[in-house]
Design a protein around this ligand. Sequence first.
Ligand SMILES: Nc1nc2c(ncn2[C@@H]2O[C@H](COP(=O)(O)OP(=O)(O)OP(=O)(O)O)[C@@H](O)[C@H]2O)c(=O)[nH]1
Length: 346
Amino acid sequence: MSFAQIVIGPPGSGKSTYCNGTSQFFNAIGRHGQIVNMDPANDALPYPCAVDIRDFITIEEIMQEQQLGPNGGLMYAMESLDKSIDLFILQIKSLVQEEKAYLVFDCPGQVELFTHHSSLFKIFKRLEKELDMRFCVVNLIDCYYLTSPSQYISILLLALRSMLMMDLPQINVFSKIDMIKSYGELPFNLDFYTEVQDLDYLLPYVEKESNSVMGKRYAKLTETISEMVADFNLVSFEVLAVDDKESMINLQLSVDKANGYIFGASEVGGDTVWAEATRDQGLRENNIQDRWIDNKELYDKAEQKRREEIEKDREMQEKEIDVDNEDEWDRALKDWEEKQGTDYVR
Ligand SMILES: Nc1nc2c(ncn2[C@@H]2O[C@H](COP(=O)(O)OP(=O)(O)OP(=O)(O)O)[C@@H](O)[C@H]2O)c(=O)[nH]1
């Protein structure tokens, strides 16, 4: 059995940054994480990746050969991969079975791939079946969407649609939450938006926004969508600032629970310390309103201080290592010999 995350979300929501941050986080806790790039258009990866879909297919080739634009090209690329998937699966197999790696799949930003199109879905289902992989989808949404009530409701619909389409455990995440305070005041606490309850309270704001932007029929449509999302009662959110250790830990705890890693990771990973520390632990209560809005500056200052202390410790350690450095030792010995007038050879 092996475990993996499938990272999805609209363009610019922070997927590649998250994959990079997660890989560094895994290194720090001793988990053997590897990243797989699933985006045939991403030619500037900010991380080292173990398998790159661009080794099989690139969007440039497809666009040229098929005379397609970027969106059509991507759909075509995914369909083509679907047909010639065996080599790709072989590479994944070697990662999960021989290297016992925990995989993070960095997916393209075209949301149609997760809401309507079945190619990627089929690839993951095949991996699930053939390699006994356990997935959790991590759906990143830029927290900027919280600033507009109607856009907030539309991303709820998007999240719901991908949950139903992918048919896998899914954690929805408001990314870049460190930016939320700079976007101005929200009418409700952050928990209101993450827990997705009582959407009725939002409707007057939708109406107000629609009056000024789109008109009454648009408000009615948004209202109906919000009722449908509330009826399913499936969508909720975590928050993430990729540089913030606590939000990363909280998110990884949720993901570990969702894909089952927390219950059966003894044969993979190698992060026994993390596993022991989190095995019996529920999610920590975390007041996100306090952390990211009400007292953000205080928390940021404390975090900055913590980082400076870690950096100072690291510098001290490096200095101590210098004492063990062969060259320095030899130099010190030579000085001592000169002073003693001896020819002592170590
Ligand atoms: N402030 C802040 N910025 C972030 C965070 N995560 C990502 N970003 C920034 O958001 C921008 C987009 O991030 P990417 O990781 O390229 O987003 P993506 O979803 O991979 O983008 P596509 O590949 O175009 O779909 C970059 O400038 C990142 O530095 C975060 O937690 N906080």
